[in-house]
Design a protein around this ligand. Structure first.
Ligand code: NAD
Ligand code: LMR
Length: 333
């Protein structure tokens, strides 16, 4: 058997983590023959809850799970880690302005980025989930200059899965019959879910999604707004934000980093924009279509983009630029 890998999950006492830990600990993400040491990081008041989570993980009697370490200390949490899933962040509280929220999260992701820089392996793969995920990810990366920017990504796979599922339900096919949808930009309501390059498998043929759906008005209207607003719709219904589906998306994202994407398929993730793809300004964490091989992502370049799409891609980029500039002001304070 391989040596255990060390995986930290922050916000480990929260609801996403509660849906996520079992899948990771039983090998769904890093492989069925990969032993794991799980490190659970949360803030001091949550340590008693973490103790309960540790007990439950032990009670699952999972053979791959070699050790579980609960902690509220970044120097313990990030020590020699191979993968980091940064779920914990400051939630918006009543009366809190968007700027206040950003300020609180800049402080968290600056600290955690610095701790990654100091304590983690330089090969660590970092996935940021806590909102605002793209900008938190950028701040963490900037605070960890010794770790390649390419090792950081943020979660837009939930939006990607939502888009696949909406198309699949519309076409009355299973969700795995839909591939190559794209989420462009921010994990926010300005994101642009795009199916111009998506394919739907019908019997043995893969056909363009637009041809199978046969309803351009739906694809350009309600489909986009449903995916953009899905997080808010779940919060309205559940009085809590998505957790089961977020955990599933985290597993999909990290498994694809570890094992690569399938031949001929791309998925969506927020990655560093270097300023040479699709007119997206540089120095943002922007969601692109990517392929992954040998644990390295590559943006799928050269897809034809029409004016409708370009306008939406630019709008979500503009929001990210504004968010980044505000966050960088806080970072320099
Ligand atoms: P939750 O409130 O249930 O749990 C968050 C946990 O993070 C809490 O236990 C809290 O104590 C902890 N935490 C706060 N600050 C921390 C810090 N500095 N270090 C370590 N832990 C810290 O929230 P949740 O439902 O699990 O959601 C977590 C985050 O994920 C939220 O920001 C949410 O908006 C976001 N989210 C993102 C996506 C996405 O697709 N990117 C999807 C769903 C939710
Ligand atoms: C989601 O997409 O479900 C979440 O990001 C929503 C939220 O604001 O937590």
């Amino acid at each position: 058997m391989a040596e255990p890998i060390r995986v930290v999950i922050t916000g480990a006492a929260g609801q996403i983590a509660y849906s996520l830990l079992y899948s990771i600990a039983k090998g769904d993400v890093f492989g069925k023959d990969q032993p794991i040491v799980l490190i659970l990081l949360d803030i001091p008041p949550m340590l008693p809850v973490l103790d309960g989570v540790v007990m439950e993980l032990q009670d699952c009697a999972l053979p791959l799970l070699r050790e579980v370490i609960p902690t509220d200390k970044v120097e313990v949490g990030f020590k020699d880690i191979d993968a980091a899933i940064l779920v914990g962040s400051m939630p918006r509280k009543e009366g809190m302005e968007r700027k206040d929220l950003l300020k609180a999260n800049v402080a968290i992701f600056k600290t955690q980025g610095a701790a990654l820089d100091k304590y983690a392996k330089k090969t660590v793969k970092v996935l940021v989930v806590g909102n605002p995920a793209n900008t938190n990810c950028l701040i963490a990366s900037k605070s960890a200059p010794s770790i390649p920017k390419e090792n950081f990504s943020c979660l837009t796979r939930l939006d990607h899965n939502r888009a696949c599922s909406q198309v699949a339900m519309r076409c009355n096919v299973s969700s795995d019959a839909v591939k190559n949808v794209i989420i462009w930009g921010n994990h926010s309501s300005t994101q642009y879910p795009d199916v111009h390059h998506a394919k739907v498998k019908v019997q043995d043929s893969e056909l363009p999604a637009y041809d199978v759906v046969k309803d351009d008005a739906w694809l350009r209207g309600p489909f986009i707004s449903t995916v953009q607003q899905r997080g808010a719709a779940v919060i309205k219904a559940r009085k809590l934000s998505s957790a089961m589906s977020a955990a599933k998306a985290i597993c999909d994202h990290m498994r694809d980093i570890w094992f690569g994407t399938k031949e001929g398929e791309f998925i969506s993730m927020g990655v560093y924009a270097a300023g040479n793809s699709y007119g997206v300004p540089q120095d943002l964490m922007y969601s692109f279509p990517v392929c992954i091989k040998n644990k390295m992502w590559k943006i799928v370049d050269g897809l034809p983009i029409n004016d409708f799409s370009q306008a939406k891609m630019d709008a979500t980029a503009a929001e990210l630029v504004e968010e980044r500039d505000t966050a960088l002001d806080f970072l320099s304070q």
